[in-house]
Design a protein around this ligand. Structure first.
Ligand code: ATP
Length: 358
């Protein structure tokens, strides 16, 4: 087997009695865009700082092309880093900010000039060498930070929520730029965010962090279609959960009884659950069909609200025992004209679009 490019092995980090990172293990391929996605406090940044060398792990190792990084101090790891705040040197010009990593490495002036020019061209800031950071917008400053991180061609670039200080429109614009730069340079990127949309937009694969552990690693599509845990199902895509009773289970599929007596067979389910036990059933709002006419074995609901969201219409419904279920229908869908608030309606779905969890 070939050596993985970057291998994070059994990383654990404690702060006193508190364990911030429990056991993080993953391999990252050369040129891959890997995102750490998870809520605040789930250990994403701590893992990234350990990679950067800002913190030492309590346990575990990090190998780059088979060599442990742990004994190499941060400034010698040759890893680029971009933070949430722009962290540019305010007294230095844009050109000197970008040149900084080259100055530390004692690169000759002619090469510095050329490399700075190339890096600024990469981030579409050609000709900004003499500008002071204070005279630039947040988005431009973050591009300068990106140019500075890439100017010495590091094999790995770490990015810790680099866009969270920007407004939505600018964020989307720079997401697009980051994708382009990733494709143009082929640099391996590890990216931290708590924003699922950003993760889905940028990443080759996503590692979903929860309470210091990785619940699942996969492409966005894999995580959406086949979530390994209740947490992943709730964090990627939109989700409804309702309580169900397991009637039987075998070979990763379950037969469930839902409130109101609806029975569904062939529901994907991780980890065997015994008959008679309760389970939580994931129903994606966009995978539910709604009908104002009774459907055999359909889930009876009451319409609580109908909200127009541009391309989509969100219908809030409630089951007989008070569980809320949101349904997303495309704008203009025929079912919408036949329902009003307070009406009875029926939901149906394909079992393979759902998932049951413990
Ligand atoms: P955020 O997006 O909020 O930064 P995160 O997923 O990146 O969240 P971390 O910053 O890695 O999470 O923090 C994980 C946990 O470790 C948090 O509960 C945090 O309070 C704790 N923690 C981080 N650094 C320290 C430290 N130096 N001392 C004590 N606790 C820490």
């Amino acid at each position: 087997m070939t050596e993985p490019f970057l291998s994070i092995r059994g990383i654990r980090k404690t702060f006193g009695a508190f364990t911030a990172v429990k056991d993080v293990t993953m391999d990252v391929a050369e040129g891959e865009f890997m995102t750490f996605l998870g809520p605040s406090g789930s250990g994403k940044s701590t893992t990234l700082y350990i990679l950067a060398g800002f913190q030492d792990p309590t346990d575990g190792d990090i190998l780059l092309k088979g060599q442990s990084l742990l004994s190499t101090p941060s400034h010698k790891r040759n890893i680029g880093m971009v933070f949430q705040r722009y962290t540019l040197f305010p007294h230095l010009s844009v050109g000197e900010n970008v040149a900084f990593p080259l100055r530390i490495r004692r690169v000759g002036q002619a090469e510095v000039t050329e490399r700075v020019k190339k890096a600024l061209k990469l981030v579409r800031l050609e000709g900004f060498e003499d500008r002071k950071p204070a005279l630039m917008s947040g988005g431009q400053q973050q591009r300068v930070a990106l140019a500075r991180a890439l100017v010495y061609n590091p094999p790995v670039l770490l990015m810790d929520e680099p866009l969270s200080a920007l407004d939505k429109k600018l964020r989307e614009e720079i997401q697009f730029e980051i994708r382009r730069i990733h494709q143009e340079t082929g640099v391996t990127i590890l990216y931290v965010t708590h924003d699922q949309e950003e993760a889905l937009r940028l990443s080759d694969r996503i590692a979903v962090f929860s309470q210091g552990e990785i619940d699942q690693i996969g492409t966005g599509q894999e995580l959406y279609a086949n979530p390994a845990t209740h947490f992943v199902a709730g964090f990627i895509g939109d989700s409804n959960f309702i309580n169900a009773e397991v009637l039987s289970a075998a070979d990763g599929k379950a037969k469930l009884s839902l409130p109101g007596g609806t029975v569904v067979d062939g529901v994907p389910m991780h980890a065997g659950k015994a008959a008679g036990k309760s389970a939580s059933l994931l129903l994606r709002p966009e995978r539910l069909s709604l009908s104002s006419a009774r459907i055999d074995n359909g889930l009876a609901v009451t319409i609580n609200d109908i909200t127009f969201l541009g391309n989509n219409v969100e219908v809030s419904t409630q089951t007989g025992n008070g569980e809320s279920l949101s349904v997303r229908l495309p704008f203009g869908h025929e079912a919408i004209s036949s329902i009003s608030r307070g009406d009875q309606a029926w939901l149906s779905f394909e079992p393979q679009t759902t998932h049951a969890f413990a």
